[in-house]
Design a protein around this ligand. Structure first.
Ligand SMILES: [Zn+2]
Length: 268
């Protein structure tokens, strides 16, 4: 599928660019073509998967077990190994460096989340505190730079892990970093009404959105997405042709040419 049109090209004036993803697959799906473009242009482009910590069987409750069965994975070691291998392959396709942080995914954080309604809901204060912790952890990384540009999820779809990373982005913006929020995919494709709901929730925390043209790196994005084999049947359960769905949405964002959408995160 091809589409023709014009989109703006965003050219960051810094060398180190961090793409923070709550889970392996969020960057490839949401803004993989932008990440691939920066990497191809010679920028030091790094993906950090945040919620991919070690899990032990005692952390797997019935809710996590149900998630595993949907991924056709049956023990925590298999889940971790498979998801990490997929993440490594996808980052290589995008030309990005990759790091995993040690925080456990929400479904393994004690019994805080026992149902999808809780996993996609309001953040508790206890969970919000994780954002402060993350800022500290990020600034302590050897590859971190004071003039880094940072991408975080906007939080469309309301997954708690995505919201925590948006809050992390807001804290980083307040500390002077250039921070941009990306459009959480596939949520935005299957539930587009989530965007307005999330924007109403974050209010003045973000500025006007813009679309970044990615015609040259859409193939890399689609290739990277295809590496998340264990996740594809769940992520794209709403379509039998995910490549077409992703292409179609990118062309819609770029008003006729493939693009990805971002919001600047304000510093106050
Ligand atoms: Zn996610």
């Amino acid at each position: 599928m091809t589409c023709k049109g014009e989109a703006t090209i965003f050219d960051p004036q810094c060398d180190t660019i961090f793409f923070l993803q709550p889970h392996s697959d969020d960057i490839a799906l949401s803004c993989g073509a932008t990440a691939a473009g920066f990497a191809a242009a010679g920028r030091d482009t790094r993906i950090i998967t945040v919620f991919v910590g070690e899990t032990v069987p005692e952390m797997v409750g019935p809710f996590a077990e149900w998630k595993h069965s949907r991924w056709s994975l049956h023990d925590v070691d298999a889940v971790r190994e498979t998801r990490r291998q997929e993440d490594i392959e996808a980052a290589a396709v995008l030309g990005c460096a990759l790091r995993w942080l040690g925080l456990p995914d929400a479904i393994y954080r004690g019994d805080r989340y026992k149902r999808d309604e809780e996993l996609f809901g309001e953040l508790s204060d206890e969970e919000l505190a994780l954002a402060d912790h993350l800022v500290e952890e990020l600034e302590g990384l050897p590859e971190w730079r004071r003039d880094s540009m940072v991408f975080v999820p906007l939080g469309i779809g309301a997954h708690v892990d995505h919201q925590i990373l948006f809050e992390t982005g807001a804290l980083l913006a307040a500390r002077g970093y250039a921070v941009f929020a990306y459009e959480d995919t596939p949520y935005i494709i299957h539930s587009p009404e989530g965007r307005a709901a999330r924007l109403a929730q974050v209010g003045d925390a973000v500025g006007e959105p813009f679309s970044h043209g990615v015609a040259g790196t859409m193939d890399a994005k689609l290739d990277a997405i295809s590496r998340y084999r264990s996740q594809l049947p769940v992520i794209f359960r709403f379509t039998d042709d995910y490549r077409a769905a992703v292409q179609r949405y990118a062309c819609e964002v770029g008003n006729g040419t493939p693009a990805e959408r971002f919001w600047p995160v304000r510093s106050t």
